[in-house]
Design a protein around this ligand. Structure first.
Ligand code: NDP
Length: 321
């Protein structure tokens, strides 16, 4: 039976960074890049246009190109990449088992980097204007010239919606916050900042129902859920901040998940509740959710895996370590 040193599941910035570090540490990592489960291999950046905040690219870089560069770097350091979705894992016994429809492997260690998916509303017009006015990340897309000096709308009432609305005031002339109830879920401090910001207008009991435009978004129709009245908001941007779903369905019952489905990690490490399994990127991060923080935790997971695997291989030495 062949047992892999390290299997990495997922191919966003966390997965490829883990692969680069593990490859350089001569762990010969095997990466299941995914195929259809998370959209396309490469994660959420594959559906982003310009990435302006990833250090090292002062002129910005297209999301898919950034992922292609990370992929090439992982290959250069010997990572073996498989474009296949993992459909089953068994973490109850060692070596662990990881399987796609085509292949089942045994492995000593696993780094989970399956990411999270931003929730969408599936409005009429949403597909047409996705990345042409509609986005699920103001911090990624807010500086786009489309939104400079324009009116935009943010949907949601949590901390993300508050943060995104406040962030967008740097670029947009006015930010309409569409909240479906009569109160916010965001922390008190964030609420105070929203209530006192001259560029932010909160619309209670409001949900967007249709997006319209031509090549780009020109506006949204918004319904008041109490009166059923529908009005048009001529906005150039519509930002969803209605939460994320971590891609952890295949891990249910295999390791600890928090009530939101995220994988909890131990302290400042990427260790999960099972020794030999680490989690990096958005699958364990509900707060920062940036390409650079995902890459950072991917690096941490590979370094932790390298240490753990070397101790596992030399159990006598580890007793005296
Ligand atoms: P939350 O789940 O906290 O909030 C989601 C918001 O979206 C809620 O107001 C919810 O409304 C609304 N919503 C959900 N579905 C719909 C829908 N179909 N139509 C309209 N509105 C909808 O998600 P967040 O991403 O804001 O936050 C997740 C976690 O991350 C929280 O614990 C938060 O505190 C934390 N966080 C912390 C930050 C910080 O500290 N800086 C920054 C960002 C997040 P309703 O209230 O009616 O359910």
């Amino acid at each position: 039976m062949t047992v892999e040193n390290l299997v990495i599941i997922g191919s966003g910035p966390a997965g490829y960074t883990a692969a680069i570090y593990a490859g350089r540490a001569q762990l010969n990592p095997l990466v299941f890049e995914g195929f259809a489960a998370g959209g396309v291999p490469g994660g959420q950046l594959m559906t982003t246009t310009e990435v302006e905040n990833f250090p090292g690219f002062p002129a910005g870089i297209q999301g898919p190109e950034l992922m292609q560069q990370m992929r090439q770097q992982a290959l250069r350091w010997g990572a073996r990449l498989i474009q296949d979705d993992v459909v089953r894992v068994d973490f109850q016994q060692r070596p662990f088992r990881v399987a796609s429809e085509e292949l089942e492997v045994y492995t000593q260690g696993v780094i989970i980097c399956t990411g999270a998916t931003a929730k969408r509303l599936h409005l009429p017009g949403e597909e047409q204007f996705w990345n042409n006015g509609i986005s699920a990340c103001a911090i990624c897309d807010g500086a786009n010239p489309l939104f400079q000096g324009a009116e935009v709308a943010v949907v949601g009432g949590g901390d993300s919606a508050a943060e995104e609305a406040l962030y967008l005031t740097k670029y947009a002339s006015r930010v309409h916050l569409l909240v479906r109830r009569d109160c916010l879920r965001a922390s008190k401090t964030m609420q105070d900042r929203l209530f006192h910001h001259p560029q932010i207008e909160i619309h209670w009991h409001s949900i967007p129902v249709t997006a319209y435009g031509d090549e780009v978004l020109r506006g949204v129709k918004v319904q008041n859920v109490q009166t059923q009245e529908v009005s048009s908001f001529p906005v150039s941007g519509l930002f969803y901040a209605i939460g994320h779903t971590p891609n952890t369905q295949i891990f249910q019952g295999q390791l600890a998940l928090d009530p939101g489905g995220y994988i909890p990690t131990l302290g400042k490490s990427t260790a999960t509740d099972i020794p030999g399994i680490w989690a990096a990127g958005d699958v364990q991060d509900r707060e920062y959710r940036q390409a650079i923080t995902a890459a950072g935790t991917g690096c941490m997971a590979a370094l932790e895996a390298e240490r753990w695997l070397s101790e596992e291989r030399s159990p006598v030495l580890s007793v005296f370590a």
